[in-house]
Design a protein around this ligand. Structure first.
Ligand code: NAD
Ligand code: UD1
Length: 338
C-alpha cells in the first residue's frame, strides 16, 4: 500500500513516516520545507533502512500534485501539512486560512481527480473551543475557536464532512491530537522549532541544553491542583501509530473522528519536575503572568480510539521526558548544524 504523507518532513509527519516504513508501507512525502527539514527524512531512512520518496512541493500547487498522483499510485493520504503557530495565526489570518484551508481544498481536488478518496487529517483538541466540558469527548460539538489556527482546523473538519456527505466513496478520519511531545527513542528525530519555541516541552528542552536561560511558567493561580495549567501530553510515536491504526481500521465510507490523547492531565510544574528527575539536568524557571488565551485544564476521553481503532497511548511521561532529552542533547541545534 502506498501512502502520501503531506508535511512528512515536519515533527509529527516524520515520526509517522518511520512507523509507516517499519510497517511495510511505501511512502511518498510532499513538503514545501517551510517548517520541515529533509534531514528528518534521511534520519527516517537511517532508522528504518528504507527510503521514503520525497517531492518538494506546496500542497497548493495543483499541477505539482497532479504530476505526483500521476507518477505514484497512491492508496491513501495522511495530511499533516499546514501552519501551526497559534500566536502567529492571530497576526497572519490570511496566511493561515490560505495554507490550512485552501491547501486542503487543493489537495482534495487533486485527490478527487486522481480517484484517491481516503484521507487521515491532523486536527486538534482546539476545535472543542473554550467551553467544552472536560474530558473532551467526540460527541461534544465543535465549539467557538479563539484564533485563526484553531478556526482553520474546525473549517477543514467541516469541509471534509461535507465532501464525505456528498460522495460516499470518500473515507475520512479526523484525528484530534491533544499535546504531542517527545521524540523518536533513537535520538535521531524530534521537534525542531524555528526561533523561540511557543510550546512548553521544546522550551524546557532548550533551557536544559543551555540555549535559553530559564522557563517562564505562565500563571500559577489557575483552579488546578498546583495552580498551573494541565494538559494531556502524549508521545509523538504513540500519536504516529494512531495514524496507522486509522489507515488499517477505518476503511469504511464517511467521516470518523477520534481523540488521540492519554486521558490524563499533567501540570506545567509536574512537567518541569519530571524532566529534571528523569534526566538529572537542571531546568531553571520562574513563575510569570498567565498567557492570554490559555485554558486552565483539558484532557481527552480517549475511549473511542481504544474501542474502535484498538489504539491506546503506550508510553508514559518518563518516556516522553527521556526521549525529548536524548534528542535535544544529541542535537542541540535540531537538524541545523550550527
Ligand atoms: P510541523 O510544522 O513540524 O510540520 C508541518 C509540515 O508541513 C512542515 O514540514 C512544513 O514544511 C509542511 N508544510 C506546511 N505548509 C505546507 C504546504 N502548503 N505545502 C507543503 N508542505 C507544507 O508541524 P507538526 O507539529 O508536525 O504538525 C503537523 C500537523 O499536526 C499540523 O497540521 C498541525 O496543525 C497538526 N497539529 C499539531 C499539533 C502539535 O502540537 N504539534 C497539535 C495538533 C495538531
Ligand atoms: C498550544 C496551542 C494549541 C495547540 C497545542 C498543540 C496556544 C494558546 N494553544 O496549546 O492550540 O493545539 O499547543 O500542542 O498556543 N507554558 C508555560 N511556559 C512556556 C510555554 C508554555 O508555562 O514557555 C504552559 C502554557 O501556559 C500551557 C502549557 O504550558 O499551560 C502547555 O503549553 P503549550 O505547549 O503551548 O500547549 P497548549 O497551550 O496546550
Amino acid at each position: 500500500m502506498k501512502v502520501l504523507v503531506t508535511g512528512g518532513a515536519g515533527y509529527i509527519g516524520s515520526h509517522a513516516v518511520v512507523e509507516l516504513l517499519e510497517s511495510g508501507y511505501q511512502v511518498v512525502v510532499v513538503d514545501n520545507l517551510c517548517n520541515g527539514s529533509e534531514v528528518a527524512l534521511s534520519r527516517a531512512e537511517e532508522i528504518t533502512g528504507k527510503k521514503p520518496t520525497f517531492v518538494r512541493a506546496d500542497i497548493r500547487d495543483r499541477p505539482a500534485l497532479d504530476t505526483l498522483f500521476a507518477l505514484h499510485k497512491i492508496d491513501a493520504v495522511i495530511h499533516f501539512a499546514g501552519l501551526k503557530a497559534v500566536g502567529e495565526s492571530v497576526g497572519k489570518p490570511l496566511a493561515y486560512y490560505e495554507n490550512n484551508v485552501n491547501g486542503t481544498l487543493v489537495l482534495c481536488q487533486a485527490m478527487e481527480a486522481a480517484g484517491v478518496r481516503r484521507i487521515v487529517f491532523s486536527s486538534s483538541a482546539t476545535v472543542y473551543g473554550n467551553e467544552a466540558p472536560i474530558p473532551y469527548i467526540e460527541t461534544t460539538p465543535r465549539g467557538t475557536t479563539s484564533n485563526p489556527y484553531g478556526t482553520s482546523k474546525a473549517m477543514v473538519e467541516k469541509v471534509l464532512e461535507d465532501i464525505a456527505d456528498a460522495d460516499r466513496r470518500w473515507s475520512i478520519t479526523l484525528l484530534r491530537y491533544f499535546n504531542p511531545i517527545g521524540a523518536h527513542p533513537s535520538g535521531k528525530m524530534g521537534e525542531d522549532p524555528l526561533g523561540v519555541p511557543n510550546n512548553l516541552m521544546p522550551f524546557i528542552a532548550q533551557v536544559a541544553v543551555g540555549r535559553r536561560d530559564e522557563l517562564t511558567v505562565f500563571g500559577n493561580d489557575y483552579p488546578t491542583r498546583d495552580g498551573t495549567c494541565e494538559r494531556d501530553y502524549l508521545h509523538v510515536v504513540d500519536l504516529a501509530k494512531g495514524h496507522l491504526k486509522a489507515l488499517e481500521k477505518n476503511t469504511k465510507p464517511g467521516v470518523n473522528v477520534y481523540n488521540l490523547g492519554t486521558g490524563m492531565g499533567t501540570s506545567v510544574l509536574d512537567m518541569v519536575s519530571s524532566f529534571i528527575r528523569v534526566n538529572n539536568v537542571p531546568v531553571p524557571y520562574k513563575l510569570g503572568e498567565r498567557r492570554e488565551g490559555d485554558l486552565p485544564a483539558f484532557w481527552a476521553d480517549a475511549s473511542k480510539a481504544r474501542d474502535e481503532l484498538d489504539w491506546v497511548a503506550e508510553k508514559n511521561l518518563d518516556d516522553m521526558m527521556a526521549d525529548t532529552w536524548r534528542w535535544q542533547s544529541r542535537n542541540p541545534n535540531g537538524y541545523r548544524l550550527l
